[in-house]
Design a protein around this ligand. Structure first.
Ligand SMILES: C[S@@+](CC[C@H](N)C(=O)[O-])C[C@H]1O[C@@H](n2cnc3c(N)ncnc32)[C@H](O)[C@@H]1O
Length: 248
């Protein structure tokens, strides 16, 4: 969908010796291989994007905003803009990583979607969310310090219009036994996608203090606690899940 322009840069970042693995960051190096990295690392990524397009077609309203929080290279924003071509709404895409935003703008320009997508270098813990019919956080909230997540979700709830939806995709922490099973098989899935055991372990080490997953219960409780009464887990593959929360 949004990544055709970048797909030739293969992610080999974690082939380096284990001792030299540094903490994961969305820097230029990661940006350059991100399209390949997310495709090979997030099971069901394409199905999630296609479903987000479908949700946008169903819930986006004329005169409102669609938000893509933590847009990276803009896959969600682009798919949302394309899905709502006939609806007079705007897509606001936000990311704190300067290299991501720069590359994302180039991709948006090539697709000639500039008049539909407003790309902002900004922090989702600081922005105002207003007049929203659809808000998407596709694997972003998990990177926000845990103590700030409630405030972000509260802000999303308050910025949504009645009948609007929040689509939240996250890597989650399963119950003890289940977690082991899901993670082992997720790693086998990554191997099938061409990553070596060494790369898988190095990436796990790099993400250890950066991506802190919630449990499904924590995710659902947080959504309920800010006011969402309807929360559906509509996707799961291994320890990755996506939820849709509807504002009454
Ligand atoms: C896993 S990527 C998201 C993938 C993207 N949504 C997609 O579907 O392709 C997480 C993104 O969130 C961004 N991010 C992390 N913390 C952020 C924050 N506080 N505000 C805005 N963006 C943030 C990172 O720079 C990164 O680009």
């Amino acid at each position: 969908m949004g990544y055709e322009d970048n797909k030739n840069s293969k992610d080999t970042l974690f082939e380096q010796p284990f001792e030299s693995v540094k903490s994961f960051a969305f820097d230029q190096q990661v940006t350059d291989v991100f399209a390949d990295m997310i495709q090979r690392s997030v099971p069901g990524y394409d199905a999630i994007l296609k479903s987000i397009a479908m949700y946008c077609m169903q819930y986006a309203k004329a005169g409102s905003n669609i938000y893509d929080l933590g847009c990276s290279l803009g896959a969600v924003a682009i798919t949302a803009a394309q899905a709502t071509k006939s609806i007079d709404c705007s897509v606001i895409a936000v990311d704190t990583s300067a290299p991501m935003v720069k590359n994302c703008q180039q991709i948006i320009n090539k697709k000639q979607l500039n008049n539909k997508i407003d790309l902002q270098l900004n922090d989702i813990t600081q922005i105002d969310i207003v007049n929203a019919s659809v808000v998407v956080s596709n694997f972003t909230l998990q990177f926000i310090p845990k103590e700030n997540r409630l405030k972000v979700v509260e802000n999303i709830y308050n910025g949504l219009n009645s009948g609007g939806v929040f689509i939240l995709s996250e890597k989650f922490k399963g119950q003890e036994q289940d977690d082991k099973f899901l993670i082992n098989h997720y790693h086998a899935y990554k191997k099938l996608n061409g990553y070596s055991n060494k790369e898988i372990q190095a990436k796990r080490q790099a993400l250890k203090d950066v991506l802190i997953p919630d449990s499904i219960q924590e995710i659902q409780n947080r959504l309920n606690s800010v006011g969402f009464t309807q929360v559906h887990k509509w996707f799961q593959c291994f320890n990755f899940a996506s939820f849709i929360a509807i504002k009454d």
